[in-house]
Design a protein around this ligand. Structure first.
Ligand code: PHB
Length: 385
């Protein structure tokens, strides 16, 4: 009898084990000035579940959200460590700020857990661990097309302004390299602090230098709004100085709050909520159903959606046998139609290859949108040697 009971228990235990959820630990800011980084990623993930369900290969995907309150690299590293050791996650994901991704990279390597980057956009991020795969963009990847486009428009002299940390330096370097190779000239460059910059004095200096255009990278959100305010207050538009930027400046999350001065700003990026495709229409609709208090998806939301889509592919293929190395083999070869357009991972770099769009802010139906009007297909990260 006892033996029989044990056998019955084993039989019962098997399906229970098979139904253990797959755990994904999402590390990002969910509070503080960059709270919308995490909120956008999470809403993107939830939109994916809304459209495709949350169970793959018989296993439910469970998301564990951890708030860095960042940018805060030490906290990001500790949270990643706890997710791996205490919560036993199968995947790390999220990572809004480059310094947070860099800090967590050794945790992924040590634990052999895939780390699915949904934003952090400095070129070197993917080089910091063989377990990192990126579903966002790189600053060189979006800055080079902006430089090519600007040179083609006959813009000759550009002043650059970037935030003084790794993504900004990447943007500055690539813009200059591409723009000068195309015959333009970067007349001067300034770097502004990551925390609480006062843009007014920098913007005044740019106005006094009278370039044809100014090229900007600042992290999306609070800083984009602050920069646009200074740009307007100092009258650069009236002075005939054109504004070109990476799409972080005209972030869909805050675009409405920028008002009329943002109309006409040209930017280059991998995602606009206005992207015209059936996949994006479905995504925006699902996002609006699940997002709490967010106006529309931004590029971090699409990073969350695609990152989770890739994780779902791994879970569907490996089911009960999820293992970091096998998962990486699948992640390295992901190729799909994203709400942003066609994307694939370059297996040599584990970085994303995608279309980069040139967009102009226009008012349509009473709202501001980044309207795509030119594109550079299949752009790889030019920041990689
Ligand atoms: C980054 O830290 O990598 C980062 C943050 C915000 C952006 C882009 C890049 O808008």
């Amino acid at each position: 009898m006892k033996k029989l009971l044990i056998a019955a228990a084993a039989l019962l235990a098997a399906p229970v084990l098979a139904q253990q959820p797959v755990k994904v630990g999402v590390v990002a800011p969910f509070s503080g000035v960059a709270a919308d980084f995490g909120r956008q990623m999470q809403a993107g993930i939830d939109a994916f579940f809304k459209l495709h369900g949350d169970t793959f290969g018989g296993r439910k995907i469970e998301v564990l959200v951890r708030d860095t309150g960042g940018p805060n690299p030490e906290v990001a590293k500790r949270l990643a460590q706890e997710l791996v050791t205490r919560d036993k996650v199968d995947f790390l994901a999220g990572f809004g700020f480059t310094p947070e991704a860099l800090a967590a990279a050794p945790v992924a390597t040590e634990a052999k857990k895939p780390m699915v980057v949904m934003n952090a956009a400095t070129s070197i991020v993917t080089e910091r661990s063989p377990y990192i795969v990126r579903f966002s963009m790189t600053l060189p990847q979006v800055s080079a097309p902006m430089a090519t486009w600007a040179a083609k428009q006959g813009i000759k002299n550009v002043y650059t302004l970037v935030t003084d940390y790794a993504p900004g330096l990447d943007a500055e370097k690539q813009f200059k390299a591409t723009f000068e190779a195309a015959g333009g000239k970067v007349v001067d460059s300034v770097r502004t602090p990551l925390r609480n910059p006062d843009f007014a004095p920098y913007v005044q200096r740019i106005k006094d230098a009278k370039p044809d255009a100014v090229f900007i990278f600042v992290p999306a959100g609070e800083q984009s709004v602050a920069f646009m305010k200074a740009f307007e207050e100092r009258g650069l538009k009236e002075a005939g100085i054109r504004l070109i930027a990476t799409g972080d400046l005209t972030d869909d999350d805050v675009l409405q709050s920028m008002g009329e001065p943002v109309v006409g700003v040209i930017s280059s990026h991998h995602y606009s909520a206005a992207h015209d495709s059936p996949e994006n229409k479905a995504f925006v609709k699902a996002f609006r159903e699940v997002a709490k208090g967010l106006p529309r998806p931004n590029f971090m939301a699409v990073g969350g959606y695609d990152g989770m889509a890739a994780i779902a592919q791994v879970v569907a293929k490996l089911g009960n046998a999820i293992d970091g190395d096998k998962a990486m083999e699948i992640l390295k070869h992901v190729k799909m139609t994203s709400p942003r357009g066609p994307i694939e991972i370059d297996p040599a770099t584990r970085d994303i290859v995608q279309t980069v769009y040139i967009r102009r802010v226009q008012k349509v139906g009473g709202e501001y949108w980044n309207i795509e009007f030119d594109r550079f297909p299949a752009v790889k990260d030019p920041g990689k040697r």
